[in-house]
Design a protein around this ligand. Structure first.
Ligand code: BG6
Length: 482
């Protein structure tokens, strides 16, 4: 039971940074999979653009190698057909080289999309040249990746550069978490069922936990990471987006501005977080793996590879319900989930000796996508009325059949949305700015205090204080496990 594939209109997609890591690992494999699925029209074309001095054949070879690595089960005939649509133009983002060639390659009458898979320092130059060489028109789209700035000021400057060259309706700011299947499912579950929404508020929800745990360290990208830390790298964007989708009011329709207006209201309603409600950590070395500071090549680094926090949303729906967020590298397992813990039943007719039993809705984002709802039932057998919590497993693969196990990568959905012209799953400029406006003072706070992150063991659940953050409130995190 897999959705029908509706081909998108024909397009020319230019990938600036077409030889970069993201293009190799994510963008090109995603396009290939959509091609195999039959979603790209015969004449759709992809043009790599970067500094390297390649020609079409050289780029096609580069992409073959990327597919061999990242889509190892690809059929050779399909790879041949896919790469035949690929071209390449060497361009100098800050000069004039290559731009006329690129302009000549672009067709008219098809959708033009420009994917800026480059550092934000080049956004302005690229946007300007696209205009100068007549490639940007009202049907063009521009796609930009995170990091979208490193604070409010830089995000505003980037937004200014982009809106100076394109209309907001043409700008697609990617947060790949929004392309994840279960993240979209979150909206379907909340707003497609009557069951949950009446209970989705502080009257019935005790608290909500959002965990994005990773096992990888920062080795290889320590230079970037050490200037960001978990707050900028994960919380300001990915966790914030999850929080918005969990907490927002029902939009009047599933339409880009209706959804993004509601998300923005959540961000604006976030309280500032007291510093004793934030725990930052750095992973320690093991005999086989380096410590955070070694990976970052900065022996005095104060940057966090883990962060946990308790926050509140000041509005009618959520006043009084805490949200606990945590994310970190080198943790026990790769596991991302959202856990909605409902309150106790107001009165137990079964007596106090039955302990507490709570409904818990767990939404797993990765590695296995699905949901479970813990419900309280009677323990089977004749031994009187004893209560037991059992999970109702709503793992989608089981319900939807074997094809559903092939969950599309977030980039597949998002790139096709760019071509379809649907911005619902992309961040609007004001949303990004609001997220930074909330993040900046928290970072400034720990910097002013020279807070040193707590060390934590690789393979653990993070620093002890992160556990205490919940224990102090009489609550506990769900175990991090795959
Ligand atoms: C990226 C972060 O945006 O998301 C990385 O920069 C992180 O540090 C990654 O590892 C996590 O993405 P995913 O899809 O593997 O959960």
């Amino acid at each position: 039971m897999v959705s029908r594939v509706i081909p998108v209109d024909s397009f020319d997609l230019v990938i600036f940074g077409g030889t970069g890591d993201l293009a190799r690992r994510k963008i090109l494999p995603a396009l290939f999979r959509r091609f195999v699925a039959g979603q790209m029209q015969e004449e759709a074309r992809i043009i790599g653009a970067a500094r390297s001095d390649l020609d079409d054949a050289g780029y096609q070879e580069f992409v073959r190698e990327a597919l061999a690595e990242f889509v190892p089960r690809a059929e050779p005939a399909q790879v041949d057909a896919f790469v035949s649509r690929l071209g390449y133009v060497p361009v100098d983002a800050r000069g004039t080289n290559g731009w006329e060639d690129l302009a000549k390659r672009m067709r008219t009458g098809v959708i033009r999309a420009f994917y800026l898979s480059v550092g934000p320092g080049l956004f302005g130059d690229l946007a300007e040249r696209l205009h100068q060489y007549g490639m940007a028109d009202e049907d063009s789209r521009i796609v930009v990746e995170k990091p979208f700035g490193r604070d409010l000021e830089s995000a505003k400057a980037l937004n200014e550069v982009l809106v100076g060259a394109f209309d907001e309706s043409q700008i697609y700011r990617i947060d790949h978490y929004l392309g994840k299947e279960t993240v979209q499912n979150l909206m379907a579950v909340r707003f497609g069922n009557v069951l949950f929404e009446p209970l989705w508020n502080s009257q019935y929800v005790d608290h909500i936990q959002i965990t994005v745990a990773e096992t990888v360290g920062v080795g290889g990208r320590g230079g970037y990471y050490d200037k960001s830390g978990a707050m900028r790298d994960m919380v300001q964007n990915h966790l914030m987006q999850l929080l918005c989708l969990i907490a927002m009011e029902p939009p009047s329709k599933f339409d880009p501005d209706a959804v993004r207006d509601e998300k923005l209201k959540v961000i604006r309603a976030l309280d500032s977080v007291a510093h004793h409600h934030i725990v930052r950590g750095q992973y320690a070395a093991t005999k086989d793996t380096a410590s955070y500071r070694e990976d970052a090549e900065n022996p005095r680094s104060f940057t966090e590879s883990f962060i946990a926090m308790k926050l509140h949303i000041s509005n009618w729906r959520w006043a009084g319900t805490p949200f606990y967020l945590r994310t970190g590298k080198r943790l026990r397992a790769r596991s991302s989930e959202i856990v909605v813990v409902f309150k106790d039943a107001p009165h137990s007719i079964f007596g106090a000796d039955q302990g507490t039993h709570r409904n818990v809705l767990t939404i797993q984002l990765q590695p296995n996508e699905g949901m479970t709802l813990d419900v309280t039932i009677k323990e089977p057998g004749p031994g009187g009325m004893r209560l037991l919590d059992v999970p109702l497993d709503m793992t989608f693969a089981e319900a939807l059949g074997p094809e559903a196990e092939e969950v599309p990568d977030a980039y597949e959905r998002l790139i096709m949305d760019v071509i379809r012209g649907n911005q619902t799953l992309f961040m609007r400029g004001d949303e990004v700015e609001a997220a930074w406006a909330w993040t900046d003072p928290l970072i400034a706070g720990w910097q002013a205090r020279n807070d040193v992150p707590d060390p934590y063991d690789t393979g653990s659940s993070g620093p002890e204080d992160a556990l205490m953050l919940m224990h102090r409130d009489g609550r506990r995190w769900r175990d991090i496990r795959e």
